[in-house]
Ligand binder design. Structure first.
Ligand code: NAD
Length: 281
């Protein structure tokens, strides 16, 4: 079994992006800028945002974090987004989720101009992705896609099973695999026989949020398995795939931690740079 090393792949991607930022700076005399809006004091969100800022600085992006208290009014946030939309030094805008209950998530997502939507959540980008046009692609599925492609450059005709149908992960993942000519089955909580579906798959992407759901006897021996899950358990952080069992039976597997996670942030940087490049045309 080959362990797909997301930490190493993310470090390589960051090195490429750093080089690209240096070239863009030389050409345009400015660098792409990422602005993150953080609302409230949820610890995981603060950690994610800190990591995003650190990685952005590392590759040479201009990065800024705007913080609001939990009680901030929705209209203040929407006004700030409007201001950032027309700020030429800002290439990408990200509002860290989850949001406090009194703020309408969809309104916030739709307020971000699609050309600066580095999370790829705006309906325009969702539509462009599903139509096969250029778009910002949600960072986690993009990271999974890059890991799969690095391991297996041609996915033509492969059977892929995506476990989970969230807007964040499962749905965009399905679109990316379709674009690569996979035959894709998307499964979810109401799927009748998940094991039987997984047993058919050359590629499994599990994005569910249930610790160790995918078991060793659910997989084909030449399958590639990508584990998106991050689940806190008594024995520490585990994925949606039973690592010990599945690692004995497949061709390749991502670990948790150290698999998809590091690629997610690297892809946010990539999306910011891609937004900048599109804005310079
Ligand atoms: P979500 O809760 O939005 O969606 C979960 C999906 O799983 C749903 O579509 C649901 O239908 C499906 N599901 C639930 N029970 C199921 C079952 N028994 N069988 C099959 N499908 C079932 O979750 P999400 O936001 O997509 O996140 C999924 C996991 O990925 C979580 O563990 C989350 O922490 C992790 N995550 C990781 C990263 C990363 O960077 N690695 C990023 C985002 C999310």
């Amino acid at each position: 079994m080959i362990l797909i090393d997301g930490k190493k792949a993310a470090a390589e991607l960051r090195a490429e992006l750093k080089q690209e930022v240096a070239e863009l700076k030389a050409k345009h005399n400015k660098v792409p800028g990422l602005t993150v809006i953080l609302i409230g004091d949820l610890t995981p969100s603060q950690i994610y945002v800190r990591n995003k800022e650190k990685s952005a600085n590392e590759v040479g992006l201009k990065s800024e974090v705007i913080k609001y208290p939990d009680s901030v009014e929705e209209k203040i946030v929407l006004e700030k987004i409007k201001e950032l939309n027309s700020d030429k030094t800002v290439s990408g805008i990200l509002v860290q989720l989850p949001l406090p209950k009194h703020i309408d998530k969809q309104k916030v997502i739709e307020a971000i101009h699609p050309s600066k939507d580095v999370d790829g959540f705006h309906p325009m980008n969702v539509g462009n992705l599903s139509s096969g046009y250029e778009s910002s692609i949600p960072c986690t599925p993009l990271g999974c896609y890059l890991l799969i492609k690095k391991f297996e450059p041609s996915l033509n005709g492969k059977k892929a099973v995506v476990v989970g149908r969230s807007n964040l992960n499962g749905k965009p993942m399905t679109q990316l695999l379709l674009k690569e000519n996979c035959t894709v089955t998307i499964t979810h909580s109401k799927t009748k026989d998940l094991k039987a579906e997984c047993l058919e798959a050359d590629i499994i992407v599990a994005a569910v949020g249930i610790p160790e759901l995918v078991r060793g006897d659910w997989v084909k021996k030449d399958a590639i398995v990508i584990d998106v899950g991050i689940n806190k358990t008594d024995k520490g952080i585990v994925g949606d795939v039973h690592f010990e069992e599945v690692s004995k039976n497949v061709k390749a597997l991502t670990p948790v931690p150290g698999g998809v996670g590091p690629m997610t942030i690297a892809c946010l940087l990539k999306n910011t740079i891609d937004c900048f490049k599109r804005s310079q045309i």
